[in-house]
Design a protein around this ligand. Sequence first.
Ligand code: GLC
Length: 584
Amino acid sequence: MPQKAWWKEAAVYQIYPASVCDLNGDGIGDIPGILSKLDYLESLGVDVVWLCPVYESPQVDMGYDISDYRAIHAPYGTVQDVDQLIAALHKRGMKLVMDLVVNHTSDQHAWFKESRSSLDNPKRDWYIWRKPRWDAEGNRQPPNNWASVFGGSAWSFDEETGEYYLHLFCKEQPDLNWENPDVAQAVHDVMTFWLDKGVDGFRMDVINFISKTPGLPDAPVTIPDQQFQPAELHYADGPRLHEFLRGLRGILDKYNAFAVGEMPGVKEEAEVLKSVAEDRKELNMIFQFDIICLDNGRNNKFFPKEWSLPKLKAIVHKWQTCMFDNSGWNALFLENHDQSRSVSRFTPHRPENRNAAAKMLATFMGMQAGTLFVYQGQELGMANLPKDWGIDEYKDVETQNLYRLALEQHRGDPDGAEKVMDQVRLKARDHGRSPMQWNTQKHGGFTTGTPWMRVNEDYLHCNAEQQQRDPSSVFAYWQRLLRLRKQHADTFVYGSFELLAADDPAVVCYRRVHASAGAATVVLNFTDGEYAWEAPPGVVKAWEGARRILANYAEPGEIRKHSAAVVCLRPFEAVVLLEERKMC
Ligand code: GLC
């Protein structure tokens, strides 16, 4: 049985500051805007706010390119505003988690400006500089063949000093050199600065990229028609990662603070456990990418890949049981600022079934073991941007770069452009970044000015104000779900996980069991149609006898009994059945 902890029972709400609420009318969300929405968050029932980067930044990658870790990007507000946010959250018994982006800085950070100023600058070694390679024709080439996550080479040449610097993301995001102990010290100081202010912990951006394979060798060629190659092998979970994580943990422990690490590219249980198993004393949990990479195709995410429900179930089963059996902990999420909207991506639906689908997905995630993360707008069932929006509406640097790259790779295919655009419509990060839809006023009540990004025009029938008044809304469903999760924490947070009907192509069914508190059965129809499900006898028994504590259809569904019992599920039906142990 997992040990109890506040952060295991918590629901975390992720805020994308640019898009929450703009109080000063400049079209960009701000911290005072967030402060004005704390009643809303409290009424939803979340316990922790994770604030995406609000630090000073040229915003090449929407704040994930930080130029000063101790200052706030002016359109968002001031350090005093953050102080106020901490105080206001704490007053409500809630907590604040900040984003810590320390694999890289902005190229406008004073550290990098110094580093690039000369070969013998004391900060030269704070970043990863290498001499060029020269090919047989005498052309200058990057030091190795690594591709940037955002396309192209991971190296940029600096004319002044005649060397290349490494950037796993944009060229404006140079990677810090963690091999230099001064870098770790500087990061520890930044953490201390914010922890002293009362911040309760950090979400650590691509934290498993901070240790690279010594010598930075070439990556194997896995995409032959591409000049630069994916190189996660040489920078995800590198040899000194765990040593560096323990260093970070040392600082966190002084404040009893919390940490969730973002860790793309780590697939092995043993490797993940090294970062999150209780006795390792590294991180509390990580964001693991198996689910959200399920439909990312060859080359990059703008190539399609078929996914199946049994495959999704196998992933869930793998991580649920792995963490339970090994004293680890899961971070449960389907959406964040790097993903499109789950209701559009994982549950293609007819318009009339959108709310049922959003509630079904909420149930799918919300009844699993782990700390639950809700991304802003997910509680309303916000959907992807309209299909008729052109590529110019997509602001994200990753979208624009990978779109161009994918187009090039479809050269000669007359349908290439449309194929790529289809994937952009499905998976671009922009879908998760459009402004929050508060009400039916212009721009969904997000701003009185011109929004930095166009508001999804469906705000007229998908907005917070309407949903807060409507007991059958997606918002009201999330409220119930979060409440139930707390009321029955022994079962839903700490209970074991058992997957049923693993191979069924339409239904997800799992049980959560706690020896003394009771058991719950979760049944979910992942299709847009009716589904006659030949359910296992135990489920039929629960369906007939257990308490239906959460469901997205008002009336219980029907069971038909012929030779076997068939549960007739309606489109995207979700049901949670609770069998409480009788206390005698
Ligand atoms: C993380 C962030 C993403 C950002 C990238 C580079 O994956 O979540 O938004 O672009 O790191 O910092």
